[in-house]
Ligand binder design. Sequence first.
Ligand SMILES: C[S@@+](CC[C@H](N)C(=O)[O-])C[C@H]1O[C@@H](n2cnc3c(N)ncnc32)[C@H](O)[C@@H]1O
Ligand SMILES: [Zn+2]
Length: 339
Amino acid sequence: MLREALEFLVSPCCRRELSLAAGPGKSSDIDVDEGTLTCPCGRIYPIVHGIPVLIREETLSDPVFENNRKTWNALWKKTRDMASTFFTSGEMFRYDFQCDNSIATGAVVFEAGVGQGKYVSYLRDASPAWLIGVDAAEYLHEIWDNLKSGPRFSCKICLVRADLNDLPIRSGKFDYVIASRVLHHLPRMDKSLSDLLSLLKPKGKMLAVVYAAGGSFRHVIDAVERIKKILNVLCSLDQMYVISFFVSAVIYAVILLFYVPLGRFLSVRRLLPLGDVMLFWKKIGFRGFWKYIVFDILVAPETRYTVEEDLKKILSNLPVSRRSYRRQHEAMWSIELER
Ligand SMILES: C[S@@+](CC[C@H](N)C(=O)[O-])C[C@H]1O[C@@H](n2cnc3c(N)ncnc32)[C@H](O)[C@@H]1O
Ligand SMILES: [Zn+2]
């Protein structure tokens, strides 16, 4: 962990400044590999292989948090071959936010829920001044090791293991906050959005994508959520991986046989049920669809889908100077907010 990153961190217990002590090992005047961060109240948080773990003890022993962390960690490990594909190429980022990584050049950027790190490496390539990424899963270590062993980078990066419901990050420090596909896994999207907004400097921007539900898609989601609950009780993660393969194969065949040929005609495409999302899935290829969409949807813990009416209400209550959202496809909202 870069010592300078302390300026962005606060304790999760009291939101106060932390004092850093390097442990024995590979630490220097610039970097601390192993050590501790201590809150004035006396609570101590470890730095493990360069990653501060700013999570309260009571959160770490909470079975819901533990189950979420474990599931995400296992999912990222199982699909680690996807870490450098379409998803890291920037195409996905442009699709999500209709801009590229140049927004990050020279900026102070925060990413909530870095997952497998697809946007960390893409944003790193644009040389932000600072990039701070938070996730609860220890898969962060793999991302960090890959970054360090990859091409040299000039920007300052700090990955932090933390609970997004209890953000140990200082307010008012960031030009950009990115939250891709994470807010719908948190218990209260309105609170999470407002917590993340508070990290922004005045005029700072937040870009987020969240799961949508609406129209006929609502029924699909309800059915999937019901089946998913049963499957996750009966099957191991490995079995879910195989089930996801077969489910994906069937849906993908339908996409190739019907949606692709018919989707060539815009007017027909509009009439196809779930036409936009099906054609998006075609765009990301079978492997991406299987591992990043179907497997993810089938094993992800606690997922909420937002209908337009609720999204409008949530956004209108936020203290922002500008707000906009657009429907990416039937399954996703893309949101842009300015503090
Ligand atoms: C669907 S993934 C999104 C990952 C990445 N942003 C992307 O677009 O691929 C959700 C991520 O949020 C993280 N997450 C979920 N709940 C969290 C929480 N309460 N605190 C910290 N991270 C959390 C999970 O560990 C997971 O990596
Ligand atoms: Zn404290």
